[in-house]
Write a protein that binds this ligand. Structure first.
Ligand SMILES: Cc1cc2nc3c(=O)[nH]c(=O)nc-3n(C[C@H](O)[C@H](O)[C@H](O)COP(=O)(O)OP(=O)(O)OC[C@H]3O[C@@H](n4cnc5c(N)ncnc54)[C@H](O)[C@@H]3O)c2cc1C
Length: 319
């Protein structure tokens, strides 16, 4: 293993981690489960001056329902592992799209280390947790120390609705923290790029429950498959069984996951049926940007994405 020399720091608290980020910013690489960072360091794709291990920050681990009966939300700590998603009754029952993704993610050993925050921050176009979170309309929380710059990310800008900084009450003796909320589609700005500023840490992912949601992955084999393409659907039904709201997201069909606004509109007020799927497959082709790659050609992806959408829609509708 030929890694460049680097410093290592294991964060003992959120405050400690944010202080390190505030002081060293761009020279720091956050280490969560390490399933992307460690291989990337081995291949010299990343060579940080300092590796900040946040793996012991238990406050960032866990899945809980927050809010009241009228505004119930699910909040996932950034360090929650894919194995924890898979074991969660709350996720299985109230965000099954994310549960579906956890079930086909890597292998059981990798799932024990891989975190949700790491998956979306690595921002691979084929990241499996991302399309379900797009379909669930998730928001991410980014925190930094007050006064540490939070506007110059590893991408050019923070488009689309960055909430103004929200002050958090400081723990006695600690410097105050500040947080901003971003829709996931504004967090992931490009292939392997996010709107996270170097001084910021991703802390939580929050979304409204959606029982009628599903995710399907097309891979080249049953286990350990990297996505050829993925589809996630989240639906709300009217009392007559028609689709009231429909959110569709795809992965590995563009440089970032994509929401398919035009295709979504086709389903509004309707019940899924044959004719609708043919029209949806046509609309979908105008919204995706598949490329020829190792795992599939553009033509193959164009031909199969509509079928994957039909299967995912049927699964979500039937839940
Ligand atoms: C064998 C194997 C199989 C895999 N299979 C799949 C698969 O099926 N599907 C899939 O989507 N991925 C897969 N991956 C990729 C990887 O496991 C996932 O992307 C994983 O979720 C990354 O999480 P992590 O905690 O290991 O991230 P890390 O490697 O620790 O970090 C990833 C990136 O996110 C940053 N980061 C992490 N946490 C935070 C935070 N809280 N705040 C700010 N920045 C943060 C890190 O600095 C780094 O840039 C696989 C990897 C391996 C090695």
């Amino acid at each position: 293993m030929s890694m460049e020399r680097y410093m290592y720091h294991r964060a003992t608290s959120m405050q400690d981690a944010l202080e390190v980020l505030a002081a060293a910013g761009a020279d720091v690489r956050i280490l969560a489960g390490g399933t992307n960072v460690v291989p990337n360091m081995r291949n010299a794709r990343v060579a940080p001056a300092l590796l900040l291990d946040i793996g012991r920050l238990d406050e960032l681990r866990g899945i809980e329902a927050v809010g009241d009966a009228t505004d119930r939300m699910i909040r996932i700590g950034a360090l929650t592992t894919v194995a924890e998603l898979l074991a969660s009754d709350l996720i299985r029952e109230e965000a099954p799209a994310l549960h579906d993704a956890a079930a086909v993610f890597a292998d059981p050993v990798t799932r024990l280390r891989a975190t949700v925050g790491g998956n979306i921050t690595n921002a691979s176009p084929g990241a499996d947790a991302a399309p379900p979170l797009y379909a669930l309309d998730a928001q991410v929380t980014l925190e930094r120390l007050k006064g540490a710059s939070g506007t110059s990310g590893n991408a050019a800008s923070t488009p689309g609705g960055a909430a103004a900084g929200t002050s958090l009450p400081p723990v006695a003796g600690d410097q105050a923290r500040t947080a901003r909320l971003l829709p996931i589609g504004a967090y992931i700005t490009g292939s392997m790029q996010t709107a996270r500023a170097p001084q910021e840490m991703l802390t939580y992912i929050t979304f409204s429950p959606c029982r009628r949601s599903a995710f399907t992955k097309l891979g080249l084999r049953r286990a350990m498959a990297i996505s050829v393409e993925t589809v996630a659907v989240a639906l709300a039904l009217a009392p007559d069984g028609g689709i009231e709201t429909c959110r569709i997201a795809v992965g590995a069909l563009g440089s970032t996951p994509l929401r398919l606004a035009k295709t979504e509109k086709l389903f509004a007020g309707k019940k899924p049926g044959e004719g609708l799927f043919a029209a949806a497959a046509d609309a979908l082709k105008t919204e995706i940007h598949p490329r020829d790659g190792l795992r599939g050609t553009k033509a193959y992806r164009n031909a199969t994405a509509g079928v994957l959408l039909e299967r995912t829609m049927a699964a979500a509708y039937g839940r």
